[in-house]
Design a protein. Sequence first.
Length: 131
Amino acid sequence: MTKNKILILADDLDLSDLLLQRLPLEGYEPMIAADGYEGLRKFQNVQPALVLLDLTMSAMDGWDICQRIRKIATTPILMLTDQIEEETIKRGLDLGADDYLIKPFCMQVLMARIRTLLHPVCTKLEVNWAQ
């Protein structure tokens, strides 16, 4: 598998450490940013294939980070949060997140969602209906 860079924007050290250990086992290259400003700098410098974004961060929250990324890129964003209210989930998706996963989550489910978000989209489908 090609190493896809995944930017983890989270100030939850336990979550960050867990992802730093697991993602390479799945063929991904993780990098961490503990606050929004550092995360946006890394995003622009590294241009990751995917962003894992915690909503509750210091300095700049996940809502603002998501909006700023959406203004400059279509990179998939998967929000990771303990906020379970339907309105919060709707807000995250409306702001541009591609997926939303509630903590605590199953690591296998997270890996499946990452694979889905990084799966290449077929842009041209050729079907020979005459056969």
